[in-house]
Design a protein around this ligand. Structure first.
Ligand SMILES: Cc1ncc(COP(=O)(O)O)c(C=O)c1O
Length: 432
């Protein structure tokens, strides 16, 4: 029934997360409410770290893709677990800095970094800047020269691999806004420019082929393509690049029909194929970076809502309205993402009605799930949507001037607020 190990039904018949009763959490902190299970986050990071250590003798780094869920406590947890972080904006970098994150473990991404972003990255001393296009390379070189610094960079390569996910979250195929295309020769031209650019040290390459991928084959193929390209670079320029960042994208379980592999298995299979390729090419095996986001936080999180009106339209559908919606979870309106929902205070009862869960925004498309099984429900019930830890809080908005909910972290039977709920005063803070 449940998509993650941290969820259970307690002796009151309520949904629990970690050792906490979700109905009590909803009453204590109010709804809507994001809840995250800290041990699950730490366990995912450890599993990735262990598999890097076991499979890559030359070392590597797990850089949590913080776009999945970014706030100070997340960066603290990631730092404590000895991992790095992928950031994509000055805002994420600033948040990491405020949390005291070790900057040498930060990888700065983005297809249109501003000059302000680049300056900030150099000031903060991030580990690697992942250069996405030639304009950025030139700007970075100029800014680094002005600042008297040298930028250690990767080039983002588009390896031309279609990983068959939703088109909005598919980033590795040739028609992509990201990176230098391999097939057109742009990638090799960029490498030659980067090598000659002032105040730039080219340390390696990066690719990211998409998100919510279940099959290991695209990852294997990407690793092989990238190693082959590194070998071509060696042949054409004489330079042996020492680092390879293979991005993130590992799929998670949103519903019972999703069956992701254990992350350790992905890693073993990809590492095995990559090592074989490097041996064939007689290429020194690089330091490997991976950037999991969704799979670190996704199933660690749930969102709790209070049910309001229940509207039955005979022979059409039943709408169950809740006190949140697209501002706290825009993934349904964006991608029609599948989720598992249940009534937290009736978690031991059968889900024997089919309903559509509606958000509270003035927008017909503001739904959280259509035609989904749910327990019989009435106003005041607590609805839980599962596996909302990734790309929910981080994609949230104030549409309809709804304040963002709090984020509560649970650890065993304790809970604490890690992001306070916004107030109405927060909404007008910057209004003049
Ligand atoms: C460059 C890069 N790395 C890592 C990720 C994380 O992907 P996921 O959350 O699917 O693991 C993304 C997601 O868009 C990305 O663009």
């Amino acid at each position: 029934m449940f998509v993650s190990d941290c969820l259970n039904v307690n002796d009151k018949g309520h949904l629990s997360i970690g050792g906490c009763d979700t109905v009590e959490l909803a009453h204590t902190y109010g709804t809507p409410l994001y809840v995250m299970d800290e041990p699950s986050i730490r366990q995912a990071l450890r599993e990735y770290k262990r598999s890097i250590d076991e499979n890559y003798e030359n070392g590597g780094m797990v850089a949590y893709a913080s776009k999945a869920c970014s706030f100070k406590e997340m960066y603290r947890i990631v730092a404590q677990e000895g991992c790095g972080a992928d950031v994509v904006s000055g805002g994420e970098l600033y948040t990491a800095g405020q949390a005291g994150f070790p900057m040498e473990r930060v990888y700065f991404h983005g297809n249109n970094k501003t000059n302000g972003d680049l300056r900030m990255a150099l000031e903060y001393g991030v580990g690697r800047i992942v250069v996405d296009n030639l304009y950025e390379l030139e700007q970075l070189s100029n800014i680094a020269r002005e600042m008297g610094k040298t930028a250690a960079v990767y080039l983002r390569i588009t390896p031309g691999i279609d990983a068959h996910t939703h088109s909005f979250i598919r980033t590795g195929q040739i028609d992509s806004k990201f990176g230098f295309t391999l097939q057109t020769g742009d990638a090799m031209a960029a490498v030659k420019k980067a090598v000659k650019a002032d105040n730039i040290t080219l340390r390696g390459l990066h690719c990211h082929i998409g998100s919510q991928i279940f099959d290991e084959q695209p990852f294997i193929h990407a690793a092989e393509v990238m190693l082959t390209f590194m070998d071509e670079i060696r042949q054409e320029t004489g330079i042996t690049l020492p680092e390879l960042n293979l991005g993130g994208g590992f799929g998670i379980r949103y519903t019972a029909s999703d069956h992701p592999k254990a992350y350790g298995d992905y890693m073993r299979l990809v590492a095995g194929a990559a090592k074989k390729k490097a041996e064939e090419l007689d290429f020194p095996f690089p330091y490997i970076v991976i950037e999991p986001g969704r799979s670190v936080v996704g199933t660690a999180g749930i969102t709790l809502y209070t049910v309001g009106g229940v509207k039955e339209i005979p022979d059409v559908r039943t709408y169950v309205s809740v006190d949140g919606g697209m501002p706290d979870n825009p993934r349904y309106i964006l991608y029609q993402s599948a989720y598992t929902a249940l009534i937290a205070n009736k978690a031991d009862q059968p889900a024997d009605q089919v309903v559509t869960i509606a958000g509270r925004c003035c927008e017909s498309g503001d739904l959280l799930q259509e035609d989904t099984p749910l327990q019989f429900c009435e106003p005041g019930d607590i609805l839980a949507v599962l596996a909302t830890g990734a790309y929910n809080y981080s994609m949230s908005s104030n549409y309809n001037r709804l304040p963002r909910p709090a984020v509560v972290m649970v650890k065993g039977d304790t809970s604490r607020v890690v992001v306070k709920a916004e107030t109405f005063a927060d909404l007008t803070r910057n209004d003049v």
